[in-house]
Design a protein around this ligand. Sequence first.
Ligand SMILES: Nc1ncnc2c1ncn2[C@@H]1O[C@H](COP(=O)(O)OP(=O)(O)O)[C@@H](O)[C@H]1O
Ligand SMILES: CC(=O)OP(=O)(O)O
Ligand SMILES: [Mg+2]
Length: 415
Amino acid sequence: MKILALNCGSSSVKYQLFDWDNNKLLAKGVVERVGIGDSFIVHEVPGRDTLREEYECHDHNTAINLVVHTLTSEEKGVVSDIKEISAVGHRVVHGGEKFKRSTLIDDEVIKAIEEVQHLAPLHNPPNLAGIRAAQKVLPDVPHVAIFDTAFHQTMPRHAYLYAVPYEWYEKYGVRRYGFHGTSHLYVSKRAAVLLGKDPRECNIITMHIGNGVSHTAIKNGVSVDTSMGLTPLEGAVMGTRCGDLDPAIPLFMQQILEIGPKEMDTTLNKKSGILGLTGKYTDRRDVLEGAEQGDERCKIALEVEAYRLKKYIGAYMAVLGRVDAIVFTAGVGENAGIIRQMALEGLEELGIKIDKEKNLKTRSKDGETEISTPDSKVKVFVIPTNEERVFIEDVVAILNGTYKEHTEYPYTFLK
Ligand SMILES: Nc1ncnc2c1ncn2[C@@H]1O[C@H](COP(=O)(O)OP(=O)(O)O)[C@@H](O)[C@H]1O
Ligand SMILES: CC(=O)OP(=O)(O)O
Ligand SMILES: [Mg+2]
């Protein structure tokens, strides 16, 4: 059984093709700059040279066709016929309150995803475009939706409710949903394996720091609080998103700048965060280099980002009471030792001690690594995330009728 995992972002399509029966990754890759111009595909097949090819993709439909063409092409491909693909798993960022688990896609599911797409405007529309395009090229196989929000549906109401008129929740679904669920699920379970414990006995803080950034407090294996909210705009400082803010600021600035809510929404989602603070960069590699060369705005951006990370660690330690481990993951969390150090320094009294040298050296390519000292009460791990692995396992479990709640261990990566 060969399963295709698709993660359609606003301007990219990430994919993995996995041979389940032989437990083997056949290929993975990404189409970048979809709909922007100068798009290209990076296609990796284990044991072969990585391929990078320019190919203009004006929309997600073209990008999905390119992915399928690349996977089935004679010289670059890994399957000879598209019919070898048995099912497709799609990341869907916002599932609202309706989806507490992964679900086989039908017209009703698509309708429900459409109904909440205004809550994740950067994410759900491309997710839907990806589903439609993939259904067109693979009409006869099951397609499964895997929701970012599903993992967080265990949050208690005191964590997911905002202190606004209660009818906003009842009538309009205004509450905290949380995102990056498959990443928080994957790395927290892997942390339990590293701790040698049952995930249901572990209290873990997961720090997903990529372009989008979110943190989760996981108590006895389930999400009890998370930093993103109604939309993926709340919480940490992100590449282009502001994160936590005095809610008066947008109203105040809308009046001063004489702009409407749409423009404000664009500013907070696309022109804030690291980009807003530096005025030029979103990629932390650029920011780190800038800071090293003395650029004051890059230094400020790093300080603000790291300080916010530290605040969430403190908050979630209070939420959990006892913490077994803190996990850093995603592009920045896995690779930027200096940002991890800035977030963790000064927390020794709280039982968090870092091996400074090891931390600074640790990168994604090193695999799962403990960066705390042996006498640190709280273990700190860098764990490369693998959201697509969760998609694939959910698809297989749904097809086999063995799908269970995640606390009941359907996942093979727990071994
Ligand atoms: N070596 C590195 N040092 C610092 N940051 C890095 C490094 N490698 C990648 N990143 C950061 O990771 C980000 C992308 O992370 P990723 O998890 O792939 O995000 P997303 O899935 O949200 O696109 C980049 O914007 C970049 O800032
Ligand atoms: C929800 C979210 O922010 O996702 P990403 O990090 O992929 O942008
Ligand atoms: Mg991501």
